[in-house]
Unconditional design. Structure first.
Length: 320
């Protein structure tokens, strides 16, 4: 089924109180439904709020089983900045009749719009929603479909039929597991946020994931102490993210061939070899191009250039 992702704009609209409240900071609690579990460095945000004030109210709901208190749905960094500034109150929008599922969806939506969401945060929201599945908790397939529907993650077939995007939910959970392998680098769904923290775009992390899971790599890394294993994984992810696209395959091939070789040496070798290469162009009839492409298909990630290079090297060896 050919399908396309649909825009995420069909979530049921929340109902807010008519006015913005000024809420005492000591009446606010960290919400279990808040996507943002760690605020990080808020010094620059605090400086901005000191000069410009609070441009966007935080989002809150009545705290369950805690009368008179409110739970933060979105805005934990703004709240932390307000505390550091010594504010006593903060502007807040109250969402009416907001249960945990709706609060999770609102918090996720808010952070996605701000472009500051990590793979860990997204994956943890998915896990929490999975645990709130109202039917049989052992029905994983049903839970995945329910989560996709709840988040309005759907795909549409060419015939116009809509289906829950279960694949997207699974990928988010896979991304969370990969993040655990490289805890020193924050994988960003959108590469924006605290520039002081090492980050990598999710698109790059998904390219690196199968490389680090290659048996030729895992076998070697398992022989190392855990801290060295983690260091190599993070260094490779960082190097791959910083490499030019045309150099990434060379980096991958050299790393898979010897995963315990220092990443810096691999990068330097690639730079040196690239600097010595020259581009050779030639005209070829369609029949020859077809034969080259057939040879390229014998190796999964080969480009046409890889196939030509291999054929040339074989030909030169055959003639001495």
């Amino acid at each position: 089924m050919a399908a396309k992702n649909l825009p995420e704009n069909e979530m049921a609209q929340p109902e807010y109180e008519d006015r913005i409240r000024k809420v005492q900071l000591d009446a606010l609690t960290a919400g279990v439904s808040n996507v943002r579990t760690a605020t990080g460095d808020v010094s620059e945000l605090a400086e901005s709020m000191k000069v410009r004030g609070l441009e966007h109210p935080i989002l809150i709901r009545s705290a369950p089983n805690n009368p008179g208190m409110f739970e933060v749905i979105a805005g934990s960094r703004r709240l932390q900045a307000a505390r550091e500034l010594g504010w006593e109150r903060i502007d807040a929008r109250v969402v009416k009749d907001c249960d945990e599922v709706n609060a999770l969806c609102l918090s996720l939506d808010e952070n996605q719009k701000r472009g500051d969401l990590s793979a860990r945060e997204l994956g943890e929201v998915i896990n929490r929603l999975m645990s709130l599945y109202p039917e049989d908790p052992g029905d994983e397939k049903g839970a995945l479909k329910w989560v996709a529907k709840t988040l309005n993650w759907v795909v549409e077939s060419q015939k116009g039929r809509r289906y829950p995007d279960v694949h997207r939910v699974r990928k988010a959970l896979e991304d969370l597991e990969f993040q655990k392998l490289v805890p020193g680098i924050t994988i960003k769904v959108r590469n924006r946020g605290d520039y002081k923290r090492p980050t990598a775009p999710l698109s790059v992390a998904r390219q690196v994931m199968p490389i680090l899971n290659d048996p030729r790599v895992t076998t070697k890394l398992k022989e190392l102490p855990p801290e060295q294993d983690q260091k190599i994984r993070e260094e490779f992810l960082r190097a791959f993210a910083n490499a030019e696209s045309k150099k990434r395959k060379d980096l991958k091939d050299a790393f898979v061939a010897n995963p315990i070789r220092p990443i810096k040496e691999i990068v330097e070798q690639i730079e040196k070899e690239r600097g010595q290469q020259i581009v050779v162009a030639f005209k070829a009839p369609p029949e020859l191009v077809d034969r080259i492409d057939n040879h390229r298909r014998t190796v999964d990630d080969w480009t046409r250039s890889d196939a030509v290079k291999d054929l040339v090297e074989r030909g030169l060896r055959s003639v001495g």
